[in-house]
Write a protein that binds this ligand. Sequence first.
Ligand SMILES: NC(=O)c1ccc[n+]([C@@H]2O[C@H](COP(=O)([O-])OP(=O)(O)OC[C@H]3O[C@@H](n4cnc5c(N)ncnc54)[C@H](OP(=O)(O)O)[C@@H]3O)[C@@H](O)[C@H]2O)c1
Length: 249
Amino acid sequence: MGESRLAVVSGGGTGIGAAVARGLVLDGYDVMIVGRRLDVLLGAAERISEESGRAGAVTAVAADLTDPAQVSAVVEAVGERTVDALVNNAGGYLGGATGTLDEVAGWWRANLDANVLTAVLLTEALLPALRRPGGRVVLLSSIAAQRGGGGPYSAAKAALHGWAYDLAAQLGPEQITVNVVSPGYVAETEFFGDRMTPEGHAKRVAATLVGRAGVPDDIAAAVRYLVGPSAGYVTGQVLGVNGGSVLGR
Ligand SMILES: NC(=O)c1ccc[n+]([C@@H]2O[C@H](COP(=O)([O-])OP(=O)(O)OC[C@H]3O[C@@H](n4cnc5c(N)ncnc54)[C@H](OP(=O)(O)O)[C@@H]3O)[C@@H](O)[C@H]2O)c1
């Protein structure tokens, strides 16, 4: 038997990333999850292994992906293996102040670092290891990129779209696909921290056509499709998974 396929999922210790990691383990992949908190990653790895009955299928690498020096830890952990799927999911909304230009710069840089640089650095680092032909790259954007609402977070996620088109063009000749999944409101993750209120939740649910919040498995299902063998003709696309909150873009 050949070795299992390998997926790398950033932010795989919590929320959407953990659901993607669990789904890909169920699909037969070995999954490497990456985040800054090793204890969180190890907890997720243990849970997923137990639930899936595949001991050792999930490995954890602690790295702050905004820091080029720390990204090399992932490259070292991958070693000589080929990466079948890279899911750039790490990111989030970072709050900030706007009193001075220095504060504005700090707020914007923090959101660009967390949402753009994390994906760019990890992807650049793992490019040589991607499977050729057949590799898959997925970027997690946000409905905020398509309809605003998040200031520098919206702008940072929108930046991923333009970059994804170039990456899809660059890697297409090697039969590697690059796509963006753009979630709407997804509950049961760490994304909102203590920012969510009952009113905020109700407003977001009311904005959907299906009358409910998304859950991490809704997003994981789209990622599993895009990294799977049947999606080889889908590249350079933005797939909205938002309950109909934003239509057709
Ligand atoms: N929940 C939503 O409604 C929603 C909607 C649209 C888009 N999204 C996007 O979906 C993705 C997943 O979010 P989520 O909802 O699952 O929230 P989450 O639970 O907060 O997940 C974010 C993950 O990213 C990791 N991470 C953040 N910064 C990192 C860094 N610098 N280096 C390495 N890892 C980092 C975090 O782990 P550590 O803190 O341990 O590093 C965490 O596991 C994000 O990109 C988010 O912007 C979420």
